[in-house]
Design a protein around this ligand. Structure first.
Ligand SMILES: Nc1ncnc2c1ncn2[C@@H]1O[C@H](COP(=O)(O)OP(=O)(O)OP(=O)(O)O)[C@@H](O)[C@H]1O
Ligand SMILES: [Mg+2]
Length: 254
């Protein structure tokens, strides 16, 4: 499962919330510029695994992680890792859109300013490029000073994607990015993801099996903190090897 196009390699990953063993010797190889979906019943550890990839779990007291996650061959849990730099390379989109209470423009420019980019022309260019990539430029170009919070939810979610794109991540993590959206808005985010995978590697958690089947190239089925089966989505959904995956896919469980 490893090779030159494996961008993230998770090996023997264990995660404890205090005494609770939430991830159990999880393996996963994420290929560059593909969409990988994590599926499984509620509480199986999908969000926990996703958050380990940019060390968001570090923010939770009492969390202990063992094993390794290599990002382009470098262990992100090694001592001395710059976690801010890591989170620029591996950005995250959450269930509820979470734009900052700032203008549309300032949301997208935020990460650039944090990174110390002061050249106004350059910031403008990147804001335009990022909004264009998130399919928002045409709709929003004349109201860049409006509050991001005034936008409909699906535009807010795509604005959060644009905010990530501005700092040029390599990997985009999405935790049920459509769960607050209606079917039309969901379809738009799905199309956007398919468009973005030409340049970015995407890992998505979804409860929606049709969504995983529609958009992902690889899928991992998790159960009670274990990676039960990981492979090409077509195979997982048509000829799962593990009986437990079969039961879940066919709707008998979860
Ligand atoms: N901050 C935390 N402290 C303690 N336990 C936690 C914490 N976050 C998650 N857990 C536990 O870890 C397990 C995995 O949770 P996680 O949120 O990763 O599951 P999930 O697969 O994303 O579920 P869902 O589909 O409901 O979002 C669950 O048993 C959950 O209760
Ligand atoms: Mg979750």
């Amino acid at each position: 499962m490893s090779g030159i196009d494996t961008v993230i390699s998770v090996r023997d990953l264990d995660l404890f919330y205090g005494d609770f063993h939430a991830l159990k010797r999880v393996p996963m190889a994420v290929r560059a510029r593909y969409i990988t979906a994590l599926i499984g019943p509620s509480g199986c550890g999908k969000s926990t695994l996703l958050r380990t990839i940019n060390r968001m779990n570090d923010l939770i007291p009492g969390v202990r992680v063992t094993g390794s996650i290599l990002l382009e061959g470098q262990d992100i849990y090694a001592a001395g890792t710059d976690v801010c730099a890591l989170r620029k390379r591996v950005g995250m989109v959450f269930q509820r859109p979470n734009p900052f209470p700032l203008s549309i423009y300032d949301n997208v420019a935020f990460g650039l300013r944090v990174a110390g980019l002061t050249n106004r022309r350059r910031v403008e260019e990147i804001v335009e490029r990022s909004l264009t990539s998130a399919w928002l430029w045409d709709q929003l170009k004349d109201k860049l000073n409006d509050s991001a919070l005034s936008l409909p939810l699906d535009q807010q979610q795509r604005l959060c994607v644009a905010r990530l794109l501005a700092v040029e991540p390599e990997v985009i993590l999405m935790d049920e990015p459509c769960s607050a959206l209606d079917p039309i808005a969901t379809a738009r985010i799905e199309e956007l993801m398919l468009d973005l995978k030409a340049k970015y590697t995407i890992v998505i958690v979804t409860h929606n099996m049709q969504q995983a089947a529609r958009i992902s190239d690889y899928s991992g089925y998790m159960l009670l903190g274990e990676m039960i089966e990981f492979g090409e989505t077509a195979g997982i959904f048509t000829t799962p090897k593990d009986k437990r995956t079969q039961d879940y896919i066919s709707g008998r469980y979860g």
